[in-house]
Design a protein around this ligand. Structure first.
Ligand SMILES: *Cc1c(COP(=O)(O)O)cnc(C)c1O
Length: 429
């Protein structure tokens, strides 16, 4: 899988993953097949026993999906990766792979609304409890959030939509001091701007729906394992990985698969039983998006910085939040962990509050109101009315989302056209 690891990230965007042999298609083929044929019953039996590697049913593994997972794995610098049908499924599997009823998770308060709901409502019904921490809290407060039954910490490298940049060092130290892995959702930064494994993060998740796809074509997700967390050292906590799995003929994942134990378990157990696979067609499209990720992400950042700087100078604008702006609360952290840029998403509020923000959005022409973020086309959303609608004002503030917050996802059009659109919409209010 890692035969290209000496290449730079730009080359990996193009070349990693599919490696055609003599006479095979140059472009990653779409293996649009649920099943795979074998000559003998015994050969297929070995696959079921995990005694041989190979494909037998697309719910477990599919070559198109695997080649794209391999590319994302190389971009993040991990040892193993898998794709899921959505970012939600990725975060669900990433946590559920090491947690069960009676366990506990430390969760950053500013994570994406969908992740917050998944953990605090749906997984709570499954018997998994959360303690929510402010990502800016000091180390001592962070340590107090841990319990004996804590199994992981969940945070985002750049929070959607609060744009809080994670203090990786503080979170890694806290998680490791308590013998648990840190899971970071790296959707907004992408591996082009930030590779969390370089700072000690153990597991990375993605909603590939956003910049990785980049064209708003396919919902998808990915989980990547650094291979660095020592599950056996904390075997009492992670018996699902370190003790025999009766549902797989007594295999012990850490013994049999070593640094690939976590992704193997998530594939053969969670994907087998829960089935959130992407379609091979969607993975094919995702791969096309990944080929230009290294070109698009810097342009998103350059445009976002221009738009943010323009907004900051405008009298109708109450506040602007973009971690790439000097003077932003997270500017220093962003310089430390993502010096080449943060993301193309900015947030701001207008003088006059919530109603004025909504009115402004209705007058935009180029920037479209869509429930999406982080694609090539500029788009805009009002989280309090849309993605975070289920939260009350108190929860909104805790999630770093002011009621007047406009989430503005700057695309890769000409920045002057984007600014002109904002200017004409502001003239109406
Ligand atoms: C969108 C998003 C998700 C959810 O991903 P889907 O692909 O929509 O299921 C999770 N985390 C972050 C940071 C996101 O932006």
């Amino acid at each position: 899988m890692n035969n290209n690891s000496e290449y730079s990230i730009e080359t990996k965007c193009i070349q990693a993953g599919w490696q055609p042999k003599n006479g095979e298609p140059r472009v990653l083929p779409i293996y649009q097949s649920t099943t795979y044929k074998y000559e003998t019953s015994d050969e297929m039996g070995k696959l079921f026993d995990l005694e041989a590697e190979g494909y037998f049913y697309t719910r477990l593994q599919n070559p198109t999906n695997d080649m794209v997972a391999a590319k994302i794995c190389e971009l993040e610098g991990g040892v193993a990766a898998m794709l899921t049908s959505s970012g939600q499924a990725a975060n669900y599997y990433a946590v559920f792979n090491i947690c069960e009823a009676g366990d506990h998770v430390v969760l950053s308060s500013t994570v994406y609304g969908g992740t917050f709901n998944l953990l605090t409502v749906t997984m709570k019904k499954m018997g998994i409890e959360c303690t929510i921490v402010d990502p800016d809290s000091d180390e001592e407060t962070l340590h107090k959030a841990f319990q004996d039954n804590t199994k992981c910490v969940v945070a985002e490298s750049i929070a959607n939509p609060a744009l809080v940049v994670l203090d990786f060092e503080k979170f890694v130290n806290a998680a490791h001091a308590h013998g648990v892995p840190l899971i970071v959702d790296n959707t907004f930064a992408t591996p082009i701007n930030c590779r969390p494994f370089e700072y000690g993060v153990d597991i990375v998740t993605h909603s590939t729906t956003k910049y990785m796809d980049g064209h708003a074509m396919c919902v998808g997700g990915a989980i990547v394992d650094s291979g660095n967390f020592d599950w056996t050292k904390h075997g009492d906590k992670f018996h699902g990985l370190t003790a025999p799995d009766d549902s797989y003929h007594g295999v012990t994942y850490t013994e049999k698969f070593g640094r690939k134990a976590y992704i193997t378990k998530a594939t053969v157990q969670l994907m087998r039983d829960l089935g959130s696979i992407p379609s091979p067609m969607n993975s094919f499209l995702l791969n096309i998006g990944l080929e230009t990720l290294h070109l698009r992400v810097p342009r998103h950042c350059e445009n976002a910085l221009k738009v943010a700087a323009w907004l900051e100078q405008n009298d109708k604008v109450a506040w602007v939040n973009y971690p790439g702006l000097k003077g932003n609360k997270y500017y220093e952290l962003a310089q430390k962990y993502m010096p080449n840029g943060t993301c193309g998403v900015i947030s701001f509020g207008l003088k006059g509050g919530r109603d004025v923000s909504v009115d402004f959005m209705d007058h935009l022409k180029l920037a479209a109101i869509v429930t999406h973020v982080a694609d090539a086309r500029t788009c805009v959303l009002h989280p309090a009315s849309h993605t975070h609608r289920q939260m009350n004002d108190e929860q909104l503030i805790e999630a770093g989302v002011q009621p007047d917050l406009i989430r503005f996802s700057v695309g890769i059009e000409n920045a002057d056209d984007i600014i002109a659109d904002i200017e004409q919409a502001l003239a109406h209010i």
